[in-house]
Design a protein around this ligand. Structure first.
Ligand code: G1P
Length: 297
């Protein structure tokens, strides 16, 4: 019987410079997709996958994130008094249990691998998940849940994977595929952000991982990789030579790159269209503006 995956690390220390000036005072993870902060989507996904402990790796200026996860008794009382039960339920859905959430500071921006390593003492010797909240994944069955189910069969390390256009490999960790079994692939190696001509495939790593604790030990070595940063990709790849296999998992769902403006806007439209109370008006608006712009061509 494998250890259950009950802990997840959320690396949220990044400066979010692509969203300046907004991120001067608002952490990127709090920016809203429709009416929920980006990070709430990752939390919901984690909860549905059975995660019970939520570890945030933060940095200076992320205070609003900690406040967001606090309960808001005054607001709740006010909504109760006014009989606004729907809003009250929405609010209470976001409440986290006491002690379920922990914050660790990453004092220097040394890379994603380093951020994950900062949480090592809270993980101990168990498998754990890593979720990058910038990658928002719309799926019938939450992506992390799909992966944990697959991981329960395979063990080892499992990373979410998706085919990308060959010229985009330099934005991702890329898998060197050993055996393609459909939704699961076994992996010979992984390369962080290779140029198209050096990429071993176009199967890219997306920000969901189920990892063995050996990855944290590999990170102790603090080896610098692509871009001079300590890369999570390298620490995972190192496990292959140490006999802990790595698998890629082609998840079912649509991934939005909310680390980019275009991706954030696409996600906003997609999530708004999925909401009954917004769909009709928004559809009408989109149809109107696309007709106007076509007419102008
Ligand atoms: C990180 C990882 C990369 C992965 C990507 C997914 O890169 O280092 O391997 O493919 O997330 O979004 P970042 O986008 O933080 O540069």
């Amino acid at each position: 019987m494998r250890n259950k995956v009950t802990k997840a690390i959320f690396p949220v220390a990044g400066l979010g410079t692509r969203f300046l000036p907004a991120t001067k005072s608002v952490p990127k993870e709090i920016m809203t997709l429709v009416d929920r902060p980006l990070v709430q989507y990752a939390i919901d996904e984690a909860r549905e996958a059975g995660i019970k402990e939520f570890i945030f790796v933060t940095s200076r200026g992320k205070g609003a994130l900690e406040d967001y996860f606090d309960h808001s008794p005054n607001l709740e009382q006010e909504l109760r008094k006014k009989g606004k039960d729907d809003l009250l339920a929405t609010l209470q859905d976001t409440n986290m249990d006491s002690g379920a959430i922990a914050y660790i500071r990453q004092h220097k921006a040394l890379g994603l691998g380093h951020a994950v390593w900062c949480a090592r003492r809270l993980i101990g010797n168990e498998p754990f998940a890593v979720m990058l909240p910038d990658d928002v994944i719309a799926a019938e069955k939450p992506c992390l849940k799909q992966m944990i189910e697959a991981y329960e069969e395979t063990g080892g390390n499992m990373v979410a994977a998706m085919e990308v256009a060959p010229e985009k490999t330099s934005s991702y960790g890329v898998l060197d595929v050993k055996e393609d079994m459909g939704s699961v692939v076994s992996v010979n190696g992984m390369v962080e952000k290779p140029k198209a001509e050096d990429a071993p495939s176009n199967l890219a790593v997306i920000g969901r991982y189920v990892l063995a604790p050996s990855v944290l030990r590999n990170l102790n070595e603090m080896k610098q990789g692509a871009g001079g940063e300590i890369q999570l990709t390298d620490a995972i790849a190192q496990d292959i030579a140490q006999d802990t296999p790595v698998y890629g998992y082609r998840f079912k769902g649509q991934r939005f790159d909310c680390g980019s403006k275009a991706g954030f806007l696409q996600a906003t439209v997609a999530f708004a269209l999925a909401r009954e109370e917004l769909r009709e008006d928004l559809m009408e608006y989109i149809t109107d503006i696309t007709q106007v712009s076509r007419a102008a061509e």
